[in-house]
Write a protein that binds this ligand. Sequence first.
Ligand SMILES: [Zn+2]
Length: 238
Amino acid sequence: MLDSIRQLLEIQDRDQRLAKLEAQLRAVPVEKKRAETELLAGEQGLATVRDQIRTAEKIVKSVELDIETVRIRMRDFQSKSAMIKSNDEYKAALHQIETCRLQVVGLEDKQLVAMGDLEKAKYTLEQENHKLEATRQRVKSAVEDLETRARNCRLEVEKMRAARKPFLEALPPEICSRYERMRSGRGAQDPNYRALVPVRSGTCGGCNMNVTAQIRVNAVKGQLPACANCGRLLFVEE
Ligand SMILES: [Zn+2]
């Protein structure tokens, strides 16, 4: 194998490591966003429970007022009934008092249900608060980890980018530019992409299509011919 091919394979290995780091770096803001979205959902859930509590409190309060109003009416009928002389009027007043009493009973049932709902909502709030606090801690440490990872990644990427230049410049410019052209296409996005691939059993090691005998001969000579199908640079392993 020619030295230039060996060197190019070495560069390619480094470039793949570099591309993997670059992919990790690209994933950082996406992962950060995911963590922050989780926190936001938790906060929205808590706001919903707070709304439920406010609603339940309003119901409890309004039922209380209703009970008070009916009681006042009932007392009013009771005091009036003491002064009534006619039997019919007295019966009517007793009927009104009974109606009020039944209303109070019904309202007190409603009050119990409303208070139960309020207690339930308060309990849920407490649970949700604990959950949210745990989520907040988890998201905080996840974001910190991501930021540390991004910082380290960025440093490593910069180091590797700077280091590859002299390596490439040591190669014949024509090989160098063909390799760079292939890598900057698909290779720029796919960390597993290899621009320099071996011919194995007469097929391209990249796309697995057959290569012509002439291309194979050129590969054996170390001319790095391009695959007619995918354009990758072909060589023959020893
Ligand atoms: Zn190919």
